[in-house]
Write a protein that binds this ligand. Sequence first.
Ligand SMILES: NC(=O)c1ccc[n+]([C@@H]2O[C@H](COP(=O)([O-])OP(=O)(O)OC[C@H]3O[C@@H](n4cnc5c(N)ncnc54)[C@H](OP(=O)(O)O)[C@@H]3O)[C@@H](O)[C@H]2O)c1
Length: 295
Amino acid sequence: MTEQSSETSREQSGGKAAGDVLVLGATGKTGRRVVRRLRGAGRRARAASRSGETRFDWGDRATWPAALAGARAVYLVAPDDPAPVGDFVQEAVAAGVTRFVALSGRGLDRAVEEFGFGHGMAAAERAVRASGVEWTVIRPNNFDQNFDEDLWHAPLRAGRLALPIGDVPEPFVDVEDVAEVAAALLTEDGTRHAGQVYDLSGPRGLTFRAATETIARAAGRAIAYAELTPEEYRAELLAQGVPAEAADALNALFAAHRAGVTVGPADGVRRVLGREPAAFEAYAARAAAAGAWLP
Ligand SMILES: NC(=O)c1ccc[n+]([C@@H]2O[C@H](COP(=O)([O-])OP(=O)(O)OC[C@H]3O[C@@H](n4cnc5c(N)ncnc54)[C@H](OP(=O)(O)O)[C@@H]3O)[C@@H](O)[C@H]2O)c1
């Protein structure tokens, strides 16, 4: 048997190397790290999104069959709109998927019921629970990387982060930890994680003011934190050109944070990986060294 056909036969015959993993949101913060980790471990990962290597669009069902063909596990990053999620999960199972890992959010039940957001993630949780195959849900806190890859990056670079959050601590989680957990859940042999919901946080809570101070120290420059009322925050977002609907969604998110929905460290990283989660300070030092917060 040639080296190549022996590889093919090992992939087709089951065991650790068997089956592709379809990674949704594969150009995003968690998905691209999940792809990197799976491939680094010798697994075949299909990197899917509208602009990804494999084209997948929640809004274009014609893209689903090719993305699913041959996939045995799915990393499910839900769309905001819950409508297509149930059909997708059913189609995935019909195509041969036997395991889902769904990305959700810390405190999702209260977020949906009391604060009116998270409907896409809730639909994903419901759909995988009803799928009839193995599923695991991960519910992370706010990501460390929101400070250098997302919403709070531009304000920090400009020297001022202003939010309506007060002194409520948030145990920010490093997306590297989220991705390592997700990759383990997608590929580990056995069923120890089936039917589990893991809350994923960093090791301790930090106020947004303390997080900003940590980043300023790591970046070696002055960056101010300003506390706003929700009304002031909304006005600032609108002035920055953020659409009203998105500004209201962000205000709902911070209302949930102020109410303590995501407060307090969780043990999910330790339960899955058998080690403590990474500290915010380590993330800040790494991102600062890469030049994240240069003006
Ligand atoms: N940020 C946080 O602190 C945090 C914490 C807990 C949970 N979450 C949840 O995490 C999820 C986001 O995950 P993330 O941060 O890893 O991703 P992300 O960085 O927000 O990127 C979004 C990903 O989704 C893809 N995407 C967007 N629209 C799509 C569509 N119509 N069809 C197919 N793919 C689409 C994007 O790629 P293309 O543009 O190429 O399609 C991209 O890969 C959200 O559900 C959020 O609620 C976030």
